[in-house]
Write a protein that binds this ligand. Sequence first.
Ligand code: BES
Ligand code: ZN
Length: 447
Amino acid sequence: MNKFKKKAAVLLSAVMLSSGLAYSPAVSLPSADAAPSEYKSGFDQKVIKRFQAERSIEHIAYLSEEIGPRVTGTEAEQEAADYIKNLLNSYGYEVEEQEFAIPDRMSGTLETVDGNEVQVNIPSGSGFTDTDGITGLLFDAGLGYPEDFSEEAEGKIALISRGEFSFAEKTQNAVEAGALGVLIYNNSAEQPPLNMSLGDYESPVPVAGLTMESGQALLEDVAAEEKEVTFAVERLEDATSKNIIASKSPKHVDNPEIVHVTAHFDSVPYAPGANDNASGTSVVLELARILKSYPIDKEVRFAFFGAEEIGLVGSEHYVNELSEEEVNRSIGNFNLDMVATNWEEASSIYMNTLDGQANTVTESAEAAAERIGTPSPLTLYQRGASDHVSFYEGGIDAVNFIRREPETANLEPYYHTPDDVLEYISEERLQEIGELVGAAVYELIRK
Ligand code: BES
Ligand code: ZN
């Protein structure tokens, strides 16, 4: 080991210790003086002993590697729904499938003659092609000013850099120069591909946003070497998504209170979604498995949502489908989204609420953390952007459990990128959140 590596290794182990990553769930720590009196009480033990992070890892591997990106409204999203449904059936639940329509969306592909696939993001307002797409040479149009186009641009696919003026004007200039399609690449190194708005402009030709990296690679290789690309854009109509729901009711309680434990299983394009949100899905699956056999005096609903990434559509549908009477019986929503990144800095479990205020769910999680000695600090924080929003708007106390960096609230750098993969998942953190939410939920619903 050279000097540099050694230093890095020492630093890493120090960070691991201070952030509680060295925590091993298999080892119980009955240190009498440090522990609260109810430390790991019998009912908590019933959850902790049975929660197996290895099972969650298997689910994440299936969802993020076997299936891969699970874009809303696609076959992959349906496959994920089937996987979840089959598991819940195997745990002994009767499973409800809740199908709903999603808005039409644009989908595109861009391939070079060498067979390289380029990631694209199609804005609404783009034109369409037939399924074969258009095939042509690229034209380097710089920033896309009118004077950047020569006669050479006619019949080619314009490649334009972001910057200085609007995407709609750049597209219009390309169309006026006779381009057959428009590709606009980012001017900063972000993943995923450029997500642009054309405003009210309806382009007669197909348009796509690209990453800066893709744009530069196309310029240096494909445009310079005069190689062709094939670019196709289609509009997907009448697509649907679905929620998967498994419920368990108490035996002898009329109109019991309801606890909703939830996670979304769809992902953004190109992201395998291991942490966002196979992680939450895998933990809720494991909680459904272990809580199946215990007597309870409240109702628990494990709900898995599609179509979160296009604007919380699945959870909004789920809450809208609840009757007023069911809403009144609902005491809380534990929503797990991005709970197991192994990014060291995300050492705190954030409890995001819409109003930034504590509620039944944050209080029950705080109490559970205290009883079982959850190693990571819990942070109450005001933030939406996940399915807890739908519950909050329906008048139900709701929390999004999500790992972030303390103080800055930063998310891991893999978020919404092709790097959101199993390799960056922490089994210890899966176990930690499983025990925490499991203990909190079980304390609420147990007999
Ligand atoms: N998993 C994220 C959760 C999240 C919460 C990310 C807060 C960032 C901040 C979620 O799936 C997501 O990406 N949400 C969207 C918004 C949503 C309404 C489509 C986002 O934050 O861009
Ligand atoms: Zn998410």
